[in-house]
Design a protein around this ligand. Structure first.
Ligand code: PEP
Ligand code: MG
Length: 577
């Protein structure tokens, strides 16, 4: 059997070796045939029944979600229900059946192609990817029309089955939980696709964006999935299998061993506490936070409460969400970031105007300041919840001090309105700002004077400092956290926070990368906030480092101006304690 390699985007780490199980792609099997005019009403009825059946099916999945299902799942399934209910899918194909006298499968496929075509014209990558949701919904309808089951067939119950699909819908992902697939790989999806988001919470190796995997791999082919490298090896030789088996054992052992340090305090060898906090998107993520050993929440991305819906969550709904998280965390800090809507994180607020360059447009704090009612509602909800735990507020995307002052003014108004309504809240609530725009890093001194803490959002800081769209895979090779300019901006921010004795954190993806932990400690970072699944591997690095030893080497590293030299010295830093 020929052995070959396919490259994609690794979105969840680990190595899996197993037999391929291909999920059939109903769309490939659609044929067009003529319907006799007297049979048109019956064909329309068949179409209507298929739509109703899928609606019932999705609603059933939604009500039967297991309690440990990833929080995003409910919202995703709801989106699919909304797409299905839209008249472009549930009504318009009827006229195609009627006018073209064609079968229902062909009519809905034709309608889908036209919707997908419209999505493809959208410049925004996140929105463009949403066409996959439409395809997944239509696939369900076609499967019903063709009399196929929408359940993923479990070919064998071995743990070593690897799912190979064109794309996977969030509803289908539920089966992964029950059947414990070893990994999954898909042709579609990018780093910001729903598939990628879900795979991280399922914690199995996965690769998306393989483009042709489904047509190149056959059922029962032996495959190796290397989630770290984003590589799939099909029909590997026995020698390659042995090598990967060793790598896999090593990886699994390391993961098991990490559990031993779960209850250990995150302290460097010379006694410095480095707080390891978790990033969350929805209140249900709390379970993963508690399982990870995180000692707080360093970033609650509240915009996820606003997504996949046409309305805004009202004060009460938001209050309940924030309160739930605050109560679950007890005395541990919960840093709630105010709405960071815009660019790749679209909410109903972003529908008002198409921005020519959304990453540089009316987003995050700018959007909130232009929508004071929405902002006030959120601030009142956060303040109300502050009674129930250790809540702090974090403002995203600050770029100038006047923006911060305006923001603080609205916060004071929210406080005053609560006082007027005789609603209690923490009068001394702590406020911080995200440093994620180069201008803010350069002026960090003034932000440090007017805020209680700073948190560096390296995802956006790198994007804006290097002019690289963080969601665009064509320039992802240039997206480098070790670029000397990025490190200088981080160092500048840390220095400003230290000068004014303010706490300084990192909450972008750099915080969860163990290879960067010693560097960040050496730079003076006291708090790292990351996806819960990264906490233990970062803690291992903290326990193996001494701040004193790191400092002089890191000082040397910050004076280097070439990435190669920085990488070489970083390797050395990572080898010592
Ligand atoms: C960041 O930009 O680093 C950050 C943490 O915020 P987000 O990823 O939500 O933009
Ligand atoms: Mg950001």
């Amino acid at each position: 059997m020929t052995s070959f390699i396919i490259h994609g985007i690794g979105v969840s780490n680990g190595i899996a070796i197993g037999k391929a199980h291909l999920i059939s792609n109903a769309l490939l099997e659609v044929a067009q045939y003529d319907i006799n005019s007297k049979n048109i009403p019956a064909e329309i009825k068949r179409f209507d029944e298929a739509i109703a059946s899928v609606k019932t099916e999705l609603n059933k999945i939604r009500t039967q979600l297991p309690s440990d299902a990833p929080g995003e799942l409910d919202a995703f399934i709801n989106t699919h229900i909304m797409i299905l209910s839209d008249k472009s899918l549930s009504i318009l194909p009827r006229s195609i059946i009627e006018n073209e006298r064609c079968n229902a499968e062909w009519a809905i496929k034709k309608q889908m192609d036209s919707i997908v075509n419209q999505f493809e014209q959208i410049e925004d990558k996140y929105l463009r990817e949403r066409k996959q949701d439409v395809i997944q919904v239509v696939e369900r309808v076609i499967k019903v029309l063709l009399g196929h089951s929408n359940k993923i067939a479990v070919q064998n119950k071995e743990k070593l089955t690897i799912l190979v699909a064109h794309d996977i819908s969030p509803a289908d992902a539920l089966h992964f939980k029950k059947h414990k697939y070893a990994a999954f790989i898909t042709d579609g999806g990018g780093v910001t696709s729903h598939t990628a988001i879900l795979s991280r919470s399922l914690n199995i190796p996965s690769i998306v964006g393989l483009q042709n995997a489904r047509s190149l791999i056959r059922d029962n082919d032996l495959i190796i999935v290397d989630g770290m490298q984003g590589v799939v090896i099909v029909n590997p030789s026995s020698q390659v299998q042995k090598q990967y088996k060793k790598l896999q054992d090593f990886w699994n052992n390391e993961q098991d061993k990490l559990q031993d340090i779960k209850s250990k305090k995150s302290i460097t060898q010379d006694g410095n506490l480095i707080s390891l906090f978790a990033n969350i998107e929805v209140p249900n993520d709390i379970d993963a936070v508690n399982a990870s050993g995180a000692t707080g929440i360093g970033l609650f991305r509240t915009e996820f409460l606003f997504m996949n819906r046409q309305d805004m969550p009202d004060e009460e709904e938001q209050f309940q969400a924030y309160k739930k998280v605050a109560e679950a965390m007890g005395k541990k800090p919960v840093i709630i970031r105010t709405l960071d809507s815009g660019a790749d994180k679209q909410t109903a607020l972003d529908n008002k105007k198409i921005s020519p360059n959304p990453a540089l447009g009316l987003r995050a704090i700018r959007l909130c300041l232009s929508e004071p009612k929405v902002f006030m509602t959120q601030l009142r909800a956060i303040l109300r919840a502050s009674q129930f735990g250790n809540i702090k507020i974090l403002f995203p995307m600050l770029s100038s001090i006047s923006e911060l002052r305006q923001t603080k003014l609205i916060l004071e108004r929210a406080k005053a309105s609560l006082r007027k309504d005789k609603i209690r809240f923490n009068e001394k609530i702590i406020i911080g700002g995200m440093i994620e725009i180069p201008a803010a890093a350069i002026s960090a001194d003034i932000f440090a004077q007017e805020l209680d803490f700073l948190s560096i959002g390296t995802n956006d800081l790198i994007q804006y400092a290097l002019a690289i769209d963080r969601t665009d895979e064509t320039v992802s090779h240039l997206y480098n956290p070790l670029h000397p300019a990025v490190l200088k901006l981080i160092a500048l921010t840390i220095k400003s926070a230290q000068k004014y004795h303010k706490s300084i954190a990192i909450c972008g993806e750099m915080a969860g990368e163990p290879k960067l932990t010693k560097l960040l400690i050496g730079m003076g970072i006291e708090q790292l906030s990351m996806h819960p699944s990264h906490i233990l591997s970062v803690k291992k690095q903290v326990l193996n480092s001494s701040m004193k030893n790191m400092k002089s080497l890191v000082h040397k590293l910050l004076n280097l101006n070439e990435v190669d030299k920085i990488e070489t010295l970083l390797k050395k830093i990572n080898q010592i304690n």
